[in-house]
Design a protein around this ligand. Structure first.
Ligand code: C5P
Length: 244
């Protein structure tokens, strides 16, 4: 009976795990590498599922009054610029099917409390997107699939110049200074070294439809396994017996 119950226990615990935690997809890569188009295409293809997209930008720390006076000296590309503890708590809640409030970051005022937070409800799939989401091992470990969008530095810089001058209304010299002082060194020191943790590396970002199709197929397979748990509704009871 010992062997039998062990086997049943392992089997059941596996299903409980699958049922309790939603698949989480991590999409990392340099700024303006094409992470957002990749996420948008995945979400579009998973139209019949509930998918939630969480952006690491939402967890930028607010700048203090003193930091605001010399904002051009602030490194927004360093891991310490993010409130990783808050990100971790939010991801853990979502993975376990609980709703969370995600702050909305304002790139103009450098604050995350100007706009009301976004209430995010539990969903079937969670996607976390951001330059440094593979930096902290605790965040990394929450990801069931890690994707790194690999785009040439000149393409990223060209896109960044366009985006920051047109959308963020920044001056071109400021954009170039920030790039050489902070963005490029931080990419080399902190972002690129996390590429080794990726399960999938996508060259060219959103233009790579073959890679996106493969990723979506994989997610669907995982969701199929997830659905199997519904056949065993009494698993919760068994689980709570073990907890007691
Ligand atoms: O969306 P994306 O991943 O491109 O955002 C990250 C980039 O946003 C970083 O390279 C950082 O320099 C930039 N950023 C900024 N100003 C802020 C916050 C972030 O230029 N206030």
């Amino acid at each position: 009976t010992t062997y039998w119950s062990k086997a049943v226990y392992t089997f059941e615990v596996q299903f409980i795990e699958l049922r309790l935690s939603r698949p989480a997809l991590g999409v990392a890569g340099g700024a303006a590498s094409g992470k957002t188009p990749v996420c948008d295409l995945i979400i579009e293809q998973l139209h019949d599922q509930r998918v939630v997209l969480v952006n690491q930008d939402s967890f930028y720390y607010n700048l203090t009054a003193e930091e605001l006076t010399k904002v051009h000296e602030y490194n927004f590309d360093h891991p310490d610029a993010f409130n990783t503890e808050q990100l971790l708590r939010a991801m853990e809640k979502l993975k376990h099917g609980q709703a969370v409030d995600i702050p909305k970051y304002d790139f103009k005022s450098y604050k995350n409390d100007v706009f009301p937070a976004r209430r995010v409800n539990p969903s079937d799939v969670i996607i976390l997107e951001g330059i440094l989401i593979f930096h902290d091992p605790r965040v990394r470990d929450l990801m069931s699939m890690k994707i790194f969008v690999d785009t040439d530095a000149d393409v990223r810089l060209a896109r960044r110049i366009r985006r920051d001058t047109v959308q963020k209304g920044r001056d071109i010299n400021t954009v170039l200074d920030q790039y050489s002082k902070f963005v490029k060194p931080a990419f080399d020191d902190f972002i690129l070294p996390t590429k080794k943790y990726a399960d999938v590396i996508i060259p060219r970002g959103g233009d790579n439809h073959v890679a996106i199709d493969l990723i979506v197929q994989h997610i669907r397979t995982k969701l199929g396994q997830h659905d199997l748990c519904k056949i065993y509704p009494n698993l919760y009871v068994i689980h709570s017996t073990f907890q007691v």
